[in-house]
Design a binder for this molecule. Structure first.
Ligand SMILES: Nc1ncnc2c1ncn2[C@@H]1O[C@H](COP(=O)(O)OP(=O)(O)OP(=O)(O)O)[C@@H](O)[C@H]1O
Ligand SMILES: [Mg+2]
Length: 248
């Protein structure tokens, strides 16, 4: 089966002389959750930036459903069905919650030239509100006036509206109260039930391994280990420490 996303031997960095990623190969199968774990600064977010077109790799290729997308700009990749919920906010703070949600959806429809767009958008919006009911009475508020947890809800609702083939999610639970963090992981499960593939990074390693069918460990810009969930059974703490190079 063709992977939705495949990074092939990617070497990338933010300046010519430092390679933040070295020879990184990872893939995400359709409908699956793939985890990516590693210490701070290991290169996890950089993997996502390369995959979504924000950073062009120096060497290697990025494939989406088998097609070479290396170097394509982010908006074209959204059109192909690749969404990204970044570690930092992607919302326009002065714009209403509703506009933050609707503008990308409209743009996507324009890009794809779909018909019946107004009705279809409304239906999709209503279905989204059923999954994210707390947004109902926040739609007219500026996104920037919402709490951190509420803004994260908008981010997930936005991705849900777009129904991408792949959603890359970077540190979704960081800074959130445990109860809201739990909700975030429920949304990730919802996304997979809807058929999306997920690439997930989170500092809650236990949660990433539990949710993912297969997890990559990245250390100093290189994939140092990878395996299915079963590989992490037993003394997971000890094993992960070893994989992350923390065994001292
Ligand atoms: N825009 C940038 N310009 C220059 N260097 C950067 C930039 N973004 C990240 N880096 C560097 O690249 C390396 C990898 O960063 P990256 O953000 O991918 O790590 P990470 O694994 O996501 O870490 P964290 O767990 O802290 O989010 C780090 O050394 C970081 O300082
Ligand atoms: Mg990061």
């Amino acid at each position: 089966m063709t992977a939705v996303l495949r990074l092939e031997r990617v070497t990338a960095g933010y300046s010519a002389d430092i390679d933040v990623l070295r020879d990184v190969s990872i893939e995400v199968e359709a409908h699956a959750i793939r985890g990516l774990i590693g210490l701070n600064g290991a290169g996890k977010s950089t993997v996502m930036k390369v995959a979504c077109g924000l950073l062009r790799p120096r060497l290697g290729r990025v494939l989406f459903e088998g097609r070479d997308i290396t170097g394509l700009p982010p908006h074209e990749l959204v059109g192909l069905g690749l969404s990204y919920i970044p570690q930092e906010s992607s919302l326009f703070p002065a714009m209403s919650v509703q506009d933050n949600l609707m503008i990308p959806l409209r743009r996507l429809r324009e890009l794809r030239g779909s018909r019946d767009e107004a009705t279809a958008d409304r239906t999709r919006f209503e279905t989204m509100l059923e999954q994210f009911p707390m947004l109902r009475d926040k739609l007219k508020q500026p996104a920037g006036s919402l709490s951190g947890g509420q803004q994260k809800t908008v981010e997930f609702a936005k991705a849900y509206l777009l129904r991408p083939k792949l959603c890359m999610i970077d540190e979704p639970s960081i800074g959130l109260a445990p109860k809201i963090a739990e909700q975030v992981f429920d949304w990730i499960r919802l996304f997979t039930r809807e058929g999306m593939a997920i690439l997930l990074v989170d500092h809650n390693i236990r949660k990433v391994i539990e949710l993912s069918d297969f997890t990559y460990v990245i250390s100093l810009g290189e994939v140092t280990a990878a395996g299915p969930r079963e590989h992490f059974q037993g003394d997971m703490h000890e094993q992960v420490k070893q994989w992350l190079g923390l065994n001292y």
